[in-house]
Design a protein around this ligand. Structure first.
Ligand SMILES: C[S@@+](CC[C@H](N)C(=O)[O-])C[C@H]1O[C@@H](n2cnc3c(N)ncnc32)[C@H](O)[C@@H]1O
Length: 209
């Protein structure tokens, strides 16, 4: 967990406590319901928690804003972001019920009051959000289709409301038709070799009229 303190220097005592609880919560729940690979559980803070917080380096969510995490799995990136931004409302969605069960247990174990969850497909979600975050769920074209109409029109942040997606590798082909997409390289924020090819893609939504 020291790795978090290196990059996030002004965590409150509550946040430090919540982040430090993650290891045991995920270790315990992972024995019952596998949401994090064996190899990754030992590197939870690097591969899951800090990686999720890459989005925070690009976009510090404002109090009162609304964020949906699509295909959250065991709660990434949603849970680490909900700890870091306690005044932002997070909606974590996954189509697999047992994953949502782990997310609910972890959120409850941490006492997070800014997290709600839905067991279902994102296509069925009716609400709107300032930002929709995700990691390892779908190609951008599919993701844009799934999330269409779910971005709020009212702007509260410097970056346009839209998608913030954690992606890796060469995105030239995948993002070819999204000329307005901005790629933020995570090595600009984090030194560890794990982040070498990792990025946050921001795709601001355009509205007609
Ligand atoms: C590879 S996992 C990634 C989990 C997590 N985001 C992470 O990075 O650790 C992909 C997740 O997306 C979920 N998923 C796929 N399509 C979905 C959809 N249309 N709506 C909601 N969840 C979906 C799957 O159930 C699965 O839990």
């Amino acid at each position: 967990m020291d790795i978090l303190l290196k990059y996030f220097t002004d965590l409150t005592e509550t946040q430090k406590e919540q982040f430090s609880k993650l290891q045991d919560l995920y270790k315990d729940w992972n024995l019952k319901i596998n949401v994090v690979s064996r190899k990754d559980i030992d590197e939870l803070y690097l591969r899951h928690v800090l990686h999720s917080l890459g989005i925070a380096k690009v976009m510090p969510f404002k109090p009162g804003s609304k964020v949906m995490d699509v295909g959250t799995g065991g709660g990434f990136p949603g849970i680490p972001l909900a700890i870091l931004f306690p005044e932002t409302q997070f909606h974590l969605v996954d189509s697999i019920g047992k994953k949502i069960k782990v997310v609910n247990e972890v959120a409850e174990g941490l006492g997070l009051e800014n997290v709600r969850t839905t067991h279902g497909r994102v296509e069925e979600v009716k609400d709107t959000y300032d930002f929709i975050v995700s990691r390892a769920v779908a190609q951008m074209e599919t993701f844009v289709r799934w999330t269409k109409g779910k971005i709020a029109k009212k702007q509260n942040h410097d970056l346009k409301n839209g998608i913030l997606y954690l992606k890796g590798g060469d995105l030239t082909e995948e993002l070819q038709k999204y000329t307005s997409a901005t790629i933020y390289d995570l090595p600009n924020y984090f030194d560890e070799p794990f982040f070498e090819t990792k990025k946050v893609v921001h795709l601001g939504m355009k509205f007609k009229g």
